[in-house]
Ligand binder design. Structure first.
Ligand SMILES: C[S@@+](CC[C@H](N)C(=O)[O-])C[C@H]1O[C@@H](n2cnc3c(N)ncnc32)[C@H](O)[C@@H]1O
Length: 202
């Protein structure tokens, strides 16, 4: 309500956008088959990106450990997720609810950072292999789409680190490149109105 904005693309819906532009595009599933992975979830929102990720990973055999740090300014969202049993995908949200309550389950650890993401990532002592970069769009949420923020994301990436986002804005891509990244285009899922982008440290 503060941003007068919806959480996900109305065109394809939450599940498809999370699956296509974040889970699949980031390559997190493949990484987890070869190593432990640390994921920085910038802006939990309704938890769709995490729930879809957890839902898929429950089907992956022999995966390594996943450590998630999620960042969100609106603390009530954690209660919303915990109190709503109908959110879909069920299995993914069920695991996310356990993680919010206990911090650890199914070879996954979740740490929660509540506050302004700009301050949290500036002071973050950890490095990440995968970043889900998912604030609202630049018009409504301009403070998150600055070169200074992208530089902090770059600094937080490991050598194999990559940041996936739903956005394809030309200026945004240029600013990420100025911050040190190169990028690949995530093709539009059928029916979507824009491509996504994955930014790589190396
Ligand atoms: C598009 S929604 C995130 C959707 C979410 N990733 C999902 O999968 O459901 C954007 C979220 O960013 C949060 N947000 C925006 N600016 C922020 C900031 N500076 N610090 C922390 N959270 C912020 C909003 O509170 C909102 O919940």
């Amino acid at each position: 309500m503060d941003y007068n904005e919806g959480y996900r693309a109305k065109s394809v819906g939450a599940f498809t956008e999370s699956l296509h532009k974040f889970y699949t595009a980031s390559g997190i599933e493949q990484l987890l088959q070869v190593q432990d992975v640390r994921l920085l979830d910038i802006c939990l929102g309704g938890g769709s990106n995490l729930a879809v990720t957890l839902d898929r990973l429950l089907s992956v055999e022999h995966r390594h450990r996943l450590h998630i740090v999620t960042v969100e300014r609106q603390s009530s969202l954690f209660d919303t997720i915990r109190q709503n049993r109908f959110m879909w995908p069920y299995r993914g949200y069920e695991l996310l609810r356990r993680l919010i309550s206990d911090g650890q389950a199914e070879n996954v650890r979740l740490d929660i950072a509540i506050g302004d993401a700009r301050n949290i990532i500036r002071d973050m002592p950890l490095k990440f292999d995968v970043v889900y970069f998912d604030p609202f769009g630049k018009r409504k949420n301009p403070e998150m789409w600055t070169e200074a923020v992208f530089r902090d994301v770059y600094r937080l990436c490991t050598d194999i680190g990559r940041a996936a986002t739903y956005s394809s804005g030309r200026e945004i891509r240029e600013d990420f490149v100025r911050a040190g990244f190169r990028y690949t285009v995530t093709p539009k899922p059928e029916g979507a109105f824009q491509e996504g982008t994955v930014f790589y440290k190396v």
